[in-house]
Design a protein around this ligand. Structure first.
Ligand code: GTP
Ligand code: PEQ
Length: 212
């Protein structure tokens, strides 16, 4: 089985622009990517971990596949190339912005008997996708991609499962999401935010963050 992480480094996490400079957003995106890569490596489930990006990135135990294409185009080209080269191997596509992911989460997905495992992100996204046979599936991210991926699986008559997990559904997109990293994170991303001076703060009854 192989893992694929799409990763945008240039102007990464633009929705966090109110609190973090461009350089800090890139650093934070790299820290989250490192957490995801570490969980994948430690799970021992993958023969290869490929990062699809337009930037040259070095993370121990991973390969970089350079591409200038957008998210969907890059991933679908990757899947298509696997079929073209007769590589019949399941893949796990996993986003780089889910730093709470655990080794157990990865092992649970990898042990599923379904053809497709869809891990929803909050507000309609797809945070991870296990695809047993990449020749019969394509991705369609953005918008309500969770619904689109479920539809693609149904149309292709593939047995699919929805994976329910707090860690995996927590993608870090907006300012409020940073609180989840400080509350639950134990890795690079949580450390990065703390080093920048982020702490938890009361925010009208809910927990938010502030920078000191
Ligand atoms: N290779 C590649 N990966 C991408 C691209 N756009 C987003 N990604 C990755 O896809 C995943 C989900 O993307 P988003 O949540 O939109 O992250 P983002 O684009 O850094 O954040 P925003 O700028 O706030 O939209 C993350 O792992 C990103 O690094 C792209 O154009 N190419
Ligand atoms: C790429 C997109 O990510 P979001 O913008 O929902 O974090 C999705 O999951 O379809």
């Amino acid at each position: 089985m192989r893992a694929i992480i799409p990763f945008k480094k240039c102007n990464a996490k633009s929705r966090l622009g109110a609190l973090l400079s461009e350089k800090e957003r890139e650093g934070f995106a790299m820290a989250m990517l490192s957490d995801v890569a570490e969980a994948l490596i430690s799970s021992g489930c993958f023969g290869a971990i490929d990062i699809l990006s337009s930037s040259i990135i070095e993370i121990r135990g991973t390969n970089i596949v350079l591409t200038e294409k957008g998210l969907n185009e890059a991933l679908n080209e990757y899947l298509h190339k696997m079929s073209y080269h007769s590589i019949h191997e399941p893949v796990l596509i996993i986003m780089a912005d889910i730093p709470l992911v655990s080794i157990k989460n990865i092992k649970n997905i990898a042990s599923s008997s379904a053809d497709i495992v869809i891990v929803p992100g909050r507000m309609g996204g797809t945070n991870a996708l296990f695809i047993r046979d990449p020749s019969v599936f394509h991705v369609d991210y953005y918008g309500a991609s969770f619904l689109k991926h479920r539809e693609i699986a149904s149309t292709n008559k593939l047995k699919h499962e929805v994976f329910d997990s707090f860690n995996l559904s927590t993608d870090i997109d907006e300012t409020a999401d940073l609180a989840e990293v400080l509350l639950h994170g134990t890795g690079y991303a949580a450390r990065y935010l703390r080093e920048l001076g982020f702490i938890l703060a009361e925010n009208g009854g809910r927990v938010g963050v502030k920078r000191i």
